[in-house]
Design a protein around this ligand. Structure first.
Ligand code: FPP
Length: 244
């Protein structure tokens, strides 16, 4: 019965097309349980899997998750290699899951700094899932918003110096088309878990008109109920995109 009334409510909700998430709090989740930090990341990776299905159930079309930032290399070698091993497993397992869920997976960020076998696993997953028409899952790995802009600007300067890019061509849409997210609409809703309220270099260009939702919930505890709370918050916002 409870489920039914929830469904009725949901049918009245405006669903954001694209939700971006900063998945924070794995370390604290593990610490609370006296577990090593990498157990928190393991639990976080499981939440990543579940939330893709929940997002699609709600009608979300694009989900973009921040899994590893350009700054995360500063963590201990043990933690970084633990996350990289989780990533290896995730990328391989995700091939089957993407087929089951009709989910298209893209990876953004500078993959050239990742181990060669991880780069290969990324290509395999992107190739295997490119025909699927359900959820568009994007995972940011070795991603930083400033680094993404740096790489885009660098590409443009190189083209211009070969005489292949005219300055008049550089519109906002053109810049968007040169970013890692070129195939995605801008996010409608950003969620950050664990009580922190900052962007941490995530999608800094793309989030210009996005609504922000912050929750104290730690990422491994984030579930469909929490996602619905965020969508309800989004419904209470009046998006004017700079108009009145
Ligand atoms: C933040 O928690 C989390 C990250 C560093 C990124 C998210 C990583 C995962 C969900 C797991 C990795 C999964 C894959 C598939 C790569 P934190 O460590 O900053 O938490 P804390 O702030 O409580 O210490």
């Amino acid at each position: 019965m409870a489920k039914k009334s929830e469904e009725v409510d949901l049918s009245e909700l405006k669903i954001p097309q694209h939700v971006a998430i900063i998945m924070d709090g794995n370390g604290r989740w593990a610490k609370k349980r006296m577990l090593p930090r990498n157990m928190g990341h393991r639990a976080g990776a499981k939440t990543m899997e579940d939330i893709c299905e929940d997002a699609w159930d709600l009608g979300i079309k694009y989900l973009t998750l921040y899994a590893f930032s350009t700054e995360n290399w500063k963590r201990s070698e043990e933690e970084v290699s633990g996350i990289m091993d989780l990533l290896r497993k995730y990328l391989v397992d995700c091939i089957e899951r993407s087929a089951k869920n009709n989910m298209r997976v893209r990876i953004i960020g500078d993959r050239t700094a990742l181990a060669p076998d991880i780069q290969e696993k990324i290509v395999n997953l992107e190739e295997a899932s490119k025909g699927y028409t359900g959820l568009n899952l994007t995972i940011a790995i070795n991603y930083g918003g400033r680094d993404e802009l740096r790489r885009a600007v660098r590409g443009m300067v190189e083209e211009a110096s070969r005489g292949e890019l005219d300055a008049d061509k550089v519109t906002e849409d053109f810049i968007s088309s040169r970013l890692d997210t070129r195939e995605l609409p801008d996010p409608d809703l950003l969620i950050r878990t664990s009580g922190e309220e900052r962007l941490s270099n995530y999608l800094i260009w793309q989030l210009a008109y996005t609504e922000f939702y912050f929750t104290d919930c730690l990422w491994p505890d984030f579930d469909k109920k929490e996602l619905i709370k965020a969508v309800r918050y989004f419904n209470g916002r009046d998006r004017r995109f700079g108009g009145v």
